[in-house]
Design a protein. Structure first.
Length: 367
């Protein structure tokens, strides 16, 4: 017997997301205004708004009157219905820094801080999440950013040796079953945050490319054998190559991770390996070839360069070199992002917020 999927529940979930999205955008609105904005019938809006009010995700506000008839009820999204958080760990000039931010459902910051930690480890992340849970009893989702590739919540090659190989998402999920946990690559999150802040209404592709002057990570410990960590064959192979470059891609609002989460590990492009073997430091030539390799495949509109290697002078040189490799009609806008903290955090917060939605992406219909 063929099993026919019943989509009535999914349609309801989609309608709920559309109503919530409209309320977040419009502010206090009547049922009729919401119906007109969303295209959902007044009757369906009324039923779903009642359910949302019962759960306190939507609240009734002051009634409005057009001067005749009964005043109409107004509804507003309750931003404090739940909280989400993001945590990320990064290295900066030999220091290991942990940043955390807590936001309500409208993106209003409840708490934010950055502190230096001795070493990145699961215990540090568990303690941080535990403190946030204890302080914020309505916390419902946490997104964690890691400088390494992630395969189904498992950390692959990573800048922090104590996190490599850990099923980080599942480990944290087991410790905090009341939360929805997501673990994301750092450049994916930064590219996503940039997209949400600058291109959210556009069907376009954005690439972020990162390179430090000196990759101050735990990888060197593993290369020299001073780290107490066992490597599998894949990790040993990957460590033969410099990991001084990373990238993240977003296309039409979707992060491009690839089937194993390895998309964006541009250090392993053959041309980059060849050039890097001659000069392990970041170079204009290497970055230009990375961009030249990305353009024919993803055709990004914007390529953002970030990391301590990049400055206005070498970005202009990279732009000129790219014009020798790429036809002007396909040439992306190449921009410098000195500090991607805001994009990184914005991307992670948005990923955490999406964990609390029904898993659909709402887009504005083009005229």
């Amino acid at each position: 017997m063929q099993i026919v999927r019943n989509d009535i529940t999914k349609v309801k979930e989609i309608n709920v997301e559309i109503i919530k999205s409209s309320l977040k955008r419009m502010g206090s609105s009547t049922k009729a205004q919401i119906a007109e904005e969303t295209g959902i019938s007044v009757a369906t809006c009324g039923k779903l708004l009642n359910e949302l009010c019962d759960s306190r995700e939507v609240i009734e506000t002051a009634q409005t009157s057009a001067g005749y008839g009964r005043p109409a009820k107004c509804y507003a999204y309750n931003g404090n219905f739940a909280l989400v958080a993001c945590i990320y760990i990064a290295s900066d000039m030999g220091k290991v820094l942990l940043s955390a931010k807590v936001s309500n459902m409208l993106g209003e910051v409840q708490e934010e801080y950055t502190l230096e930690i001795g070493r990145a480890s699961f215990d540090v992340l568990e303690t941080t999440v535990g403190r946030l849970v204890e302080k914020h009893d309505t916390l419902r989702a946490v997104a964690i950013g890691i400088p390494g590739y992630i395969t189904d919540g498992v950390v692959g090659l990573c800048n922090f040796i104590d996190l490599m190989g850990l099923p980080l998402r599942d480990m944290l999920q087991e410790k905090f079953p009341q939360l929805k946990i997501q673990v994301e690559n750092d450049m994916n999150a930064a590219a996503y945050g940039f997209y949400k802040g600058n291109c959210n209404e556009k069907e376009t592709t954005v690439a972020f490319i990162y390179s430090p002057i000196d990759a101050r990570t735990g990888l060197e410990e593993m290369r020299t054998g001073s780290a107490e960590v066992e490597l599998n064959n894949e990790q040993r192979t990957l460590l033969q190559y410099s990991v001084n470059y990373g990238a993240g891609f977003v296309s039409s609002g979707k992060i491009l991770r690839g089937f194993s989460g390895f998309a964006g590990e541009v250090s392993f492009l053959p041309i980059v390996r060849e050039l890097a073997s001659e000069n392990l430091q970041a170079s204009v030539e290497v970055v230009a070839y990375i961009i030249g390799s990305i353009v024919p495949i993803l055709n990004p509109e914007i390529v953002a360069l970030t990391g301590s290697y990049f400055d206005e002078k070498n970005v202009e040189t990279i732009r000129s070199r790219c014009l020798e490799l790429i036809s002007p009609q396909h040439m992306p806008q190449i921009i410098l992002r000195d500090d991607v903290h805001e994009e990184y955090v914005n991307g992670l917060i948005n990923l955490a917020l999406e964990e609390l939605s029904c898993g659909i992406m709402l887009v504005t219909q083009r005229a």
